[in-house]
Design a protein around this ligand. Structure first.
Ligand code: SF4
Ligand code: SF4
Length: 213
């Protein structure tokens, strides 16, 4: 899809315009673009919508906003649309998009950043199960510095509404069978092991929250 498929950002009305349209905070001019570029170091402005990132993405079929569209949305400052999109939770962070970009736009880094922004925003996640899983993964990582699969799934299943959602979707039985198969192969461990780098990892979390060491 080319850039022409997207509606152009409407020109800012002059101050004396009688019916000034309401613009959402964060969607004004280049503020959002500058913020994302500044916080990620990604050269979002360099994108010329060639779509190679989307063609390289293994899960773009499941995304409501394709990777090249994500970059275009950032250029246009469409923050709310991005933080409310399924894409930021569907992305696997595999970096294929960034690898294939001819302009070295760090697409995966931008999507990861948007996911963190959404996590701290009041915008409800479009893919709640994935968003809760992401949150649980980060909480478990913070506890031990590495993730124990058994504890992760146990913590995830204890979050409100998760088990009910799995029963409704009919995935619980398959999940239990998979867990059993992994257990028999010795791939699951009862007791989590603490990473030697746990203090450094905790410091990263504190910095992310804006706390001073
Ligand atoms: S591959 Fe790079 S230049 Fe092409 S659309 Fe994606 S981000 Fe833009
Ligand atoms: S990092 Fe995300 S957007 Fe990029 S190719 Fe992988 S899954 Fe697709």
């Amino acid at each position: 899809m080319s850039a022409d498929h997207f509606p152009r950002q409407s020109p800012e009305p002059s101050d004396d315009a009688p019916d000034r349209p309401r613009t959402l905070i964060g969607d004004r001019r280049d503020l959002f673009l500058n913020r994302v570029e500044g916080e990620t170091g990604a050269n979002v402005s360099a994108c010329y919508q060639c779509e190679r990132c989307t063609n390289a993405c293994p899960v773009s079929y499941y995304m409501d906003v394709k990777p090249h569209q994500v970059i275009r949305h950032v250029q246009l400052g469409w923050r709310e649309r991005l933080l409310g999109a399924a894409t930021i939770w569907v992305c696997l962070s595999c970096e294929m998009c960034s690898t294939y970009c001819p302009n070295e736009v760090a697409v995966a880094k931008v999507i990861n950043h948007l996911r963190n922004l959404a996590y701290h925003s009041s915008i409800p996640p479009k893919e709640r199960l994935l968003a809760v899983f992401h949150q649980t993964f980060l909480q478990e990582l913070q506890r031990y510095g590495r993730v124990n699969e058994l504890w992760l799934m146990s913590a995830f299943n204890r979050k409100p509404g998760i088990l009910r959602a799995k029963v409704k979707a009919g995935t619980l039985k398959d999940e239990l069978l998979l867990g059993l198969a992994l257990w028999r192969k010795g791939k699951l461990h009862l007791v989590p092991r603490r990473s030697k780098a746990i203090e450094e990892i905790k410091a990263v979390y504190r910095r992310q929250r804006g706390e001073v060491d």
